[in-house]
Write a protein that binds this ligand. Structure first.
Ligand code: SF4
Length: 188
């Protein structure tokens, strides 16, 4: 396991998969490195690639609004990362091979942060971190415990921008997240 500085350096110069050829920036992650809550998306989009920060632009604004409902803020009490750190061209899903190449960085981030809760943002992260057969439409909001970490998934903010009818369910999932945070004494 690498410490934060070494990990960031390794990641920022990474050429382990083909996504390095088209990226503008490696999007390592952002937030409190000692937070109890970790959010994981699938990978950077166009704005994230240009700015080097996860979840910026309209989807990021919506995520920030969602977090504020349950008193979370990327600047102080949670951490946000992705399964792959470089943008897949034209925002396609990251390939299995790209996820395999990159997942070690996320594992190292989890080992350093030691979160009590991981929230997958969308289908790709849920399939990778919870179950390869995960069905986000049916299983979002459900909780599993793995190695002492509580894990759930909610819809990706981009999906909520495309389909506002999913927002009430996500609001319920956020309330469930807040309940879990209180239940296990996660610091906010
Ligand atoms: S996506 Fe991950 S594995 Fe691929 S080049 Fe970027 S940092 Fe390296």
């Amino acid at each position: 396991m690498q410490n934060w500085e070494a990990l960031k350096q390794t990641c920022h110069s990474c050429t382990r998969c083909g996504l390095c050829e088209t990226r503008h920036n490696v999007v390592f992650g952002i937030g409190n490195e000692e937070a109890d809550i970790l959010f994981v998306g699938e990978g950077p989009g166009e704005q994230e690639d240009l700015q080097g920060e996860p979840f910026v632009g309209p989807a990021g604004k919506l995520l920030d609004d969602m977090l504020s409902i349950i008193d979370l803020d990327r600047k102080c009490n949670c951490y946000i990362a992705n399964i792959v750190k470089c943008r897949p061209p034209r925002n396609r899903d990251p390939l299995e091979t790209e996820q395999d190449a990159c997942i070690g960085y996320l594992r190292n981030q989890v080992a350093l942060i030691r979160p009590k809760i991981i929230v997958c943002l969308g289908r790709i992260a849920a399939k990778r971190l919870i179950d390869p057969d995960y069905r986000i439409t049916r299983q979002h909001g459900q909780w599993v415990e793995r190695n002492g970490i509580w894990i759930t998934a909610i819809y990706h903010p981009s999906a909520l921008l495309r389909d506002v009818s999913k927002r009430p369910e996500t609001f319920e999932d956020l309330l469930s997240l807040r309940e879990k945070m209180q239940e296990i004494g996660a610091k906010v």
